[in-house]
Ligand binder design. Sequence first.
Ligand SMILES: Nc1ncnc2c1ncn2[C@@H]1O[C@H](COP(=O)(O)OP(=O)(O)OP(=O)(O)O)[C@@H](O)[C@H]1O
Length: 670
Amino acid sequence: MTHRIADTFYDALAKLTPQEQKAVKQSAFDFQMDPSLPGFQMHRVDRAKDPNFWTARVTRDIRMVIHKTDGDTLLAWVGHHDDAYRWAETRRIEAHPKTGAIQIVEARETVEDVVVHRFVEEAVLLPRLFESETDETLLSWGVPEDWIGTVREATDETVLDIAGYLPSEAADAILAAATGERPTPSIAFATGQDPWSHPDALRRFRVVEDVEELRAALDAPWEKWTVFLHPAQREYVDRDFNGPARVIGSAGTGKTVVALHRAVRLAADPSAHVLLTTFNRRLADLLRQKLPLVALPSAMERITVESLGSVIHRLHAERFGGVDVVDEMTLRRFLEEAAAGASLTVDPEFLFDEWSLIIDAWNVRDAETYRDLPRLGRKQRMAASRREALWAVFDATRSRLEVEGLTTEASSAHDLRGHGHFPWTHVVVDEAQDISVPELLLLADALGASPNGLFFAGDIGQRIFRAPFPWAAAGIDIRGRSRSLKVNYRTSHQIRRRSDTLLPETLVEADGSEESRLGVTSVFDGPAPAIRIFDDPHREHDDLGQWIDDLRRRGVEADEIAVLVRSTVQVRQFEDLKAQVMLMHDAKGAEFRAVAVAGLNHDVLPDNARLLAALDEAQLDEVMATERHLLYVAATRARDFLWLSGTEPVSEFLADLAALETVPSDGSGQ
Ligand SMILES: Nc1ncnc2c1ncn2[C@@H]1O[C@H](COP(=O)(O)OP(=O)(O)OP(=O)(O)O)[C@@H](O)[C@H]1O
């Protein structure tokens, strides 16, 4: 006898009151132990299209909908009595005729009102998106047979509605197709293969082995990712790689979720020691909070969650004793004094960048290496004589640091390379787009060649802290072991579409490889983002206050609303609002039901001081890219509601977004 739980049960449970949830959980456990208990008063749902639907009593008013086949049970839905019967009466659970995956299919006539009604109004005007697709193609996307006609009638205006009624693989496919992507057909199972084990079935049904597992699954019904993964996520969690691998994808596509599950799956091996890490402490703390949702205590014992900086600092202290790390001001002074000593006139910013991004980052120790080194991540060319003169400055700075008993963070990482035992067998790095050169060099040295040794999750469109550099130069080759996720679980269609316009459709990595951002879909709908431009900052503040008050009246709690700004001065400007007010940089890794990115003014984003400090076109491009990424990161923290505003003269990024508002729909559908 196999017990399963469906994602629809989960979603329905999350909508009940805490009291009702408690009762349902107890009943679900009891049911798993003994489904024949008389208290359940099992009733077959008489008017159901599918004869296998039953209801089980939880309380006077609450019923679980159970699907029973050959002794196997599936917890399919839960809710108030009449709703539960209606749900069961209008669903069928069956294997898809083409793909072979088990699906929950909603009876089409129940939704005709919603969808067809709209068809009538728009039918004459709008082109049908899938008119020319054959039945065979639509079936290969997982569209249920009796939905083919409706899908073929879909227009730009109705495609979202229709997708909402379809099994997720079919919804993903039609939404991707509506944006011009060619969906990959679902795997077709041969007759005789278990339809429940199809990858598309595994994303919505999960076998529950014992009550402990059921308890873990039901304890956090809002965190659906703890139980149900998209097949692409599952693949990257489970697969074995013979070298470093990477999952990429735009904001909200579940990369962190993959990183967490992957760490747990690696820790299943009793001889494993897994480091789950990222580039700063705040993000490592967030990972530490999420890990217990997916890891049993036995796996937790084999997983260390710590930021890379902290790991390096700790290992260095253990191995070499304590050394003081030089602060930035002192380092800048040493560099300038060394330049003066060598009678070299050089821009201090350039000197500092050259030290940080080349000399210290790549551990350049002699003039020859410096002379021959490719300009990794630096766009300016430099004559050999100039490099020779500069080398004297860097060499003197190194000696000075040594004399004063100081080191740098980068040097600490370099010291650890090739020195002694690396304490972990596997490292999983989240937010890998912001990893530094020395950190990557260390990881490459320790585990770059070992199977399943290194796994990275990241998005180059969200790189906001560090300059880009080619990973291959650090000894990491992920060619053929990198793939992207395309389903956005966090952000509504409307918010994702708007935010996506902030970045180019194709991003180019430092090694020249390209990443297409097209074809991403969201799993739910919501209101369009509010894009507002004001003449007066007080007006901006007050209107934003009203937007927040409105949300509060609609039941959004203050801690689910974030106001994100670019500078600390602006934090003060908005801090009286009933929301969490924070810097855009600090929102990385977080998500909120509602986000307002405010104070998007001309001198604020891109940050004026950074623009002024740029020494040439290349640096200017880099500043523009990271500032753009920052706005993208900020906007994509929003789940349901997004507000973007500034006061004239506004940020060029905001002006661009506002200009799009007045342009008629681009016809992309998504
Ligand atoms: N398979 C899934 N089912 C349901 N929800 C999911 C799934 N995967 C991810 N999510 C949800 O999507 C949201 C985004 O996930 P996650 O933070 O892992 O994305 P990300 O790609 O790391 O985002 P970012 O790049 O913005 O940091 C989270 O709320 C998470 O709970």
